[in-house]
Design a protein around this ligand. Structure first.
Ligand code: ATP
Length: 738
């Protein structure tokens, strides 16, 4: 037994919870009219996901909830649970990517609740699931919501009344092919969604394209600018290093030269100081005055010498006179010594007397003596000789002194010449030193200018570092320390050329709008990544589309072939059941192709759109015609059959379906209503036969049918206007049914 239980609570007339136990092949539900038997059948439809409230004789979902009676208040929800035996794991859905229902249980209970607001809730073994899950689940065990296995009251000939296309659907369901439809629909939905995604992705790519194009141009510009930046960094590196090295070298050279000049200058200053304090002039003057005094002294000595000479002359005269008187007394005047001494002292007393005066005095003295009588003079000359010798010795002394003094003059004059020569040397040295000093000072000025220039250049270099840092980043600044001591050979001209190149590159960079552009690069990368992502997505989606299309094609092919096979099998059974029911005749189903009226698609202006995509196949569909010929009757048109004949034909077909692909259970609500006694018996036989494969739940007033049931449930409407359930025996059932 597959169908195990049905629980209802608050569903329609079943206010209180009731449980139907279907543990036998045939269960009959009996009861008086209006007691709620059909509500049980509808409860089964409901719990299996029926969406048409109309087929449950209601307008809204709320109509399915017990409305209340005098005794029992109205309820807020209706719930139904149906339990199947799954020990044979009949519920076994083919794995679908989005399905993961827990089915590995011995019992499968599907429940559904409806609330006053019309909201529904579905559960599988207590876990909430989607309606879709319920549909697929029951389709997998060959029961479906369209109801080929649930024949409601008065719907026994539904298959006969239906249009060919509807019949096909019902037959497909009975053949268990509904699942293919779900799969196809699912795949088609996915296909449409995927197409939509492809369209979206393509549209996004189209939108991105001009943006990428724009960004690419920007990026190319930025890359060019970056190349220039790198070139600029290189140039800067070279330039800064070399300029810095050059400046350092020049500074060193200038400082050394300045130091040297300072030393030289201090030497020269020292020299000038020394040469500036010249004492030679004083010395010359002093020496000149020494010369004058020596010369005066010589003159004095000469005068004294002359005096002495004259004295000698006089003494010599006296000696001569004395000598002449004695030998030749003629003309001789006798003069005494004392007289001569008196004369000498007279002459001596007058120091300033000139020689002529002396001669004059002496002549007068002689004249005086000549007038006197000749006097006998006795002359002694030794005294005169002594005096003369003394005088001559004095003169010799004076001559020696004069010679000495003259010697002194020569020595002083030599010294003076020396001093003068020294003075000249000094003067020459002084002027030379002065010239040297001014040369040093002017050279120093030049060097100081150079130092200032170097300072300016060093400041410019610092500024240049700043610019470089701004333009090409801080790495340049590191050079300051890195290359400080590096010796780089470069000349000024080379540096100027480099600086010129730097300025040129800077201008080009400025024209390009400078470096940077990190945001643009990032945006470009992101946009390209996005575009590539979309491109890949389109490829993936296109592959998915192809897979889906081929899946749909496969499913459709399989559906087509299985349907064809199924119809062949059904026809075989249908013919047997038909013959059994009517005691002869023929019945078969024909697969017909019907023109499907294609909905005309209209454009905005109301013109018909002719689509190339849809092929002819989609405008046609398959349908089922029922072809019967009753024994001994020429009637072939279904519409011309009597009510009983229609019922018998329907039952034959219904049973044929159940024979070919037995559903786990079949619910028949008063399908036997129109049968006469003979046919009721045949019906009863068939039910017993059918029950060997399919569990049957029959709602019936038919005694014959009741007699074939294993379990009988009596449904009555209690005094509280709610349906109640009782398990009864056959005899009671006959009574209850009435
Ligand atoms: P018959 O033998 O004539 O076919 P039945 O036993 O099949 O009768 P049902 O049609 O199942 O009877 O039951 C109909 C009864 O259910 C009616 O009396 C109706 O008032 C009652 N009913 C239907 N919906 C509700 C509801 N929402 N609340 C209470 N009672 C309801």
């Amino acid at each position: 037994m597959t169908l195990k239980r049905l629980e209802m609570h608050g569903f329609k007339s079943f206010a209180k919870k009731v449980v139907f136990d279907f543990s036998a092949p045939v269960t009959a539900i009996v009861g008086p009219n209006g007691s709620g038997k059909s509500n049980v059948v509808e409860a089964i439809r409901f719990v299996l996901g029926e969406q048409s409230t109309k087929s449950m004789r209601s307008k809204t979902g709320a109509d399915l909830i017990f409305k209340g009676s005098k005794q029992i208040g109205k309820m807020n929800r209706a719930s139904v649970a149906i339990t199947f035996d799954n020990t044979k794991r009949i519920f076994n859905l083919p794995a679908m990517d989005d399905q993961n229902l827990p089915l590995d249980f011995d019992e499968i209970t599907i429940s559904r609740e409806v609330h006053m607001d019309g909201g529904n809730k579905y559960s599988l073994n207590g876990n909430e699931v989607r309606l879709k899950d319920v549909h697929e689940l029951i389709a997998s065990v060959n029961i479906g919501s369209s109801g080929h296995h649930i024949i409601s009251q008065g719907e026994a000939d539904r298959l006969l009344n239906s249009k060919p296309a509807e019949r096909r659907e019902m037959l497909e369901e009975s053949l268990g092919l509904k699942l293919y439809h779900y799969r196809i629909k699912d795949a088609e939905r996915k296909l449409e969604k995927t197409r939509e995604h492809v369209r979206e992705a393509e549209s996004l790519r189209r939108e991105l394209a001009p943006h990428i194009k724009f960004l690419k141009k920007q990026v190319e510009k930025i890359e060019k600018a970056r190349e220039l930046e790198i070139a600029l960094a290189d140039l800067y590196t070279n330039y800064l290093v070399q300029e810095q090295s050059l400046l350092a070298r020049k500074k060193f050279e200038t400082d050394s030269a300045l130091q040297k000049l300072t030393n030289e200058l201090s030497h020269v200053e020292e020299k000038l100081k020394q040469l500036g304090s010249d004492e030679s002039e004083d010395q010359v003057k002093q020496e000149e005055s020494v010369l004058v005094s020596i010369r005066n002294h010589i003159r004095e000595l000469s005068r004294t010498r002359d005096d002495l000479g004259r004295q000698i002359g006089r003494v010599e005269g006296m000696i001569e006179s004395a000598t002449r008187i004695i030998p030749a007394r003629q003309g001789v005047v006798s003069v005494t010594i004392s007289e001569i001494e008196t004369l000498i002292s007279e002459l001596e007393s007058d120091a300033s007397i000139s020689v002529s005066e002396i001669i004059k005095k002496l002549k007068l003295y002689i004249v005086d003596k000549k007038g006197s009588p000749q006097t006998q003079i006795s002359v002694d000359t030794s005294e005169f000789e002594t005096t003369k010798r003394e005088l001559e010795s004095q003169i010799a002394g004076l001559d020696a002194e004069i010679a000495k003094q003259e010697q002194e003059i020569v020595s002083v004059e030599n010294k003076m010449a020396e001093t003068r020569a020294m003075h000249l040397d000094r003067e020459r040295g002084f002027y030379e030193a002065q010239a040297q000093r001014s040369d040093i000072v002017s050279r120093r000025n030049i060097l100081e200018n150079t130092t200032n220039e170097l300072k300016n250049r060093a400041e410019n270099l610092r500024d240049e570092y700043g610019h470089a840092e701004n333009l090409v980043g801080s790495s340049v600044v590191d050079l300051k320390n890195k290359f400080l001591n590096e010796q780089v050979a470069i000349d000024e001209q080379g540096l100027r050329t480099m600086h010129h190149e730097i300025e040129r590159v800077k201008i080009r960079l400025e024209d390009m709008g400078g470096g940077g552009g990190g945001d643009i690069m990032q945006e470009f990368d992101e946009t390209v990544t996005r575009d590539q992502f979309l491109e890949k997505e389109i490829t993936d989606l296109t592959n998915a589309l192809m897979t889906l299309e081929s899946t749909i094609k496969d499913l459709k092919e399989k559906l087509g072939s299985e349907f064809k096979n199924g119809i062949t099998k059904i026809n075989k059974e249908f013919d047997i059941f038909f013959k059994l029911m009517f005691g002869g005749g023929d019945a078969k189903l024909d697969v017909v192709t019907i023109e499907k009226r294609k909905k005309k698609e209209l454009d905005e202006e109301g013109n018909e759109i002719i689509s190339d995509e849809e092929d002819d196949q989609e405008e046609k569909e398959q349908g089922i015609d029922i072809d019967v010929s009753l024994p001994r009757k020429k009637v072939k048109d279904l519409d011309m059959l009597s009510g009983g004949e229609r019922s018998l034909t329907s039952i034959a077909l219904l049973f044929a379906l159940s024979q070919v692909n037995p559903p786990p259970f079949l619910v028949l609500d008063e399908t036997d209503a129109a049968l006469d006694e003979v046919n009721s018996q045949k019906y009863g036989d068939m039910i017993e036969n059918l029950a060997k494969q399919t569990q049957l739940v029959v709602v019936t007033h038919n005694r014959e049918t009741m007699s074939r049931a294993d379990i009988l449930y009596g449904v009555t409407l209690g005094s509280d206007d709610a349906s109640t359930l009782l398990s009864i025996r056959f005899e009671e059932a006959v009574k209850v049914a009435k």
